[in-house]
Design a protein around this ligand. Structure first.
Ligand code: HEM
Ligand code: HEM
Length: 179
């Protein structure tokens, strides 16, 4: 008898919270970087909202659905080494959740957003009012963030092609599909 092993073609991976988190964070960051850059009230509230979303995502990383949990994708040295070796050998191992490099970038992006929230908030305190180094730090963090975001979005597009997986669509519908 012939035995046919079926290849899994699609799987629900990103729950509603993860998707809402992602696109809300994208909106806050893009608005604060390119539209409301004056540091006034709307900028401040959008910045706190972004930082609050990140804090909520960290909590969700412990109590959320399987693929949202840090334990399922945390970029440990072992996972990173394996992933880099695969890439070096020209193999693009498909991941239903985040791949280890993508996970590293995710943590970096969230860390930078928290740094922007903190350096922004400190500028509103009497103790640091008008401090040039703080403004420079805030601006430098926003530059690093937007460069990283460019890399992150490009990587999502390129890796999606190499892995033959619809990564961006999955962040919208929640379902990751192979093609
Ligand atoms: C996602 C978070 C944030 C991003 C991406 C962001 C980005 C930026 C950018 C691009 C500028 C213009 C820098 C320049 O002059 O070239 C700026 C300025 C400023 N931001 Fe933010 N920001 C964020 C959060 C916050 C928060 C939470 C606060 C305060 C509560 C804040 C307060 C300020 C202030 C006072 C300025 C004007 C002074 C300065 O240039 O440092 N920001 N921000
Ligand atoms: C300000 C801009 C952005 C920020 C701060 C950002 C941040 C993040 C974060 C934190 C995650 C992890 C999601 C989670 O597990 O909760 C993520 C995942 C992801 N982002 Fe973004 N993102 C941005 C823009 C974009 C854009 C423009 C695209 C589209 C090209 C994109 C595509 C994706 C995809 C496809 C994933 C999931 C990757 C995977 O399947 O492992 N992101 N992003």
């Amino acid at each position: 008898m012939q035995h046919v092993r079926s290849v899994e073609r699609s799987r629900p991976v990103w729950d509603r919270f993860v998707r809402l988190f992602h696109w809300s964070l994208v909106s806050c960051v893009l608005l604060n970087t390119f539209v409301m850059t004056d540091g006034e009230a709307v900028h401040q509230w959008l910045g706190y909202l972004a930082a609050g979303l990140v804090v909520a995502r960290i909590v969700w990383g412990f109590v959320g659905t399987h693929h949202a949990r840090f334990s399922s994708f945390f970029p440990t040295p072992g996972r990173l080494r394996h992933h880099l070796n695969q890439l070096r050998a020209g193999r693009t191992d498909m991941h239903w959740g985040h791949n280890p490099l993508g996970a590293l970038m995710m943590l970096a992006l969230m860390g930078i957003v928290l740094g922007l929230g903190l350096s922004g908030w400190m500028q509103t305190l009497d103790a640091f009012w008008g401090e040039a180094w703080l403004m420079d730090l805030h601006e430098a963090l926003s530059d690093v963030l937007i460069l990283s975001v460019g890399l992150h979005a490009a990587a999502a597009l390129v890796m999606g092609r190499l892995e033959r997986t619809r990564l961006v669509k999955a962040m919208i519908t929640g379902v990751k599909e192979r093609w």
